[in-house]
Design a protein around this ligand. Sequence first.
Ligand code: AMP
Ligand code: TRP
Length: 337
Amino acid sequence: MENAAENRKRIFSGIQPTGNLTLGNYIGALRNFGILQSEYDCLYSIVDMHAITVRQDPAALRKACLRTMAIFLASGLDPEKNIIYFQSQVPQHAELGWILNCFTYMGELSRMTQFKDKSAKHADNINAGLFTYPVLMAADILLYMTDLVPIGADQKQHLELARDIALRFNAIYGDVFTVPEGYFPKVGARIMSLQEPTRKMSKSDPEECYIAILDEPDVIRRKFRRAVTDCEACVAFDPENRPGIANLMSIMNALTGKSMETITDEYAGKGYGAFKDAVADCVIAVLEPIQQEYKRISGDKAYLEQVMVSGRERAAQIAYRTMLKVRKKVGLAALKL
Ligand code: AMP
Ligand code: TRP
């Protein structure tokens, strides 16, 4: 697959191994990764080095990394077709991150909204890693000569910075890096919180706001029953005025392909209770097989280990080639293996 890059576009995305992956992550990201695998040359990195920009419990972090990998596999990502690996196991990320730090301005990094948000949230630990987080992300992307980066809207600013860094580097040293583009999913790009449907469903919010991919069926039913809606009691798509019910309809639409009109007709006069249960049923039908597969895979430590090693080796080969070029361009001694 690594040699197929001439004619297939390359996709790279990184996912933090913290918190529970949610239904939003599944619909907005994982499910699409499964579709992309047949058309693109894809790398998916579990970005454990990004995760340590905030304090983590070491044992919990190690577990969360493996759990994230098992969920990727259980969601249908084929480890032969995709390169799935841990960021920290390919040291070139850190190496290129350092070099790119020397091509990034303080002013650019101080404008990053995620840095501002995270420093407000972790006021007792505003470390330099949190500040240069977007440079490491740029290194992740540029290391693999990535064409497309599937991301949510919140990561757009970071991707813009990665492009600026690539253009700046190329302007000095010639065409070294591929300048990446963002790739945004057409449907399900924004699944909203069940409790505050004007905000994105996020794994860092309280439990009742999101459906975790690994939630048990009765938990899923309960969370949907308690989802915030409105008092109109009629199923109709009006995201502006009735965001709660619109969100539930979007979830059903994303998972079953039924149009908003069909859903409206089907649940006319049936009340919210029945509709919420129906949405829960669709979600359970999609998540149950993933959960079963997850149980099987997470019990098979040898298999996970093998995916981890093979992902790392394949990623490292590409990273090594990029670094040979970069080191030469900036004047560092060659590092031949
Ligand atoms: P995050 O959970 O913010 O690290 O995001 C990981 C991936 O899942 C990104 O590609 C996001 O765009 C996607 N994602 C996260 N939350 C949602 C959501 N509520 N709706 C749709 N996609 C999401
Ligand atoms: N910063 C991204 C997030 O918080 C995760 C990430 C790290 C990433 N490196 C990446 C995403 C490279 C895309 C490409 O969601």
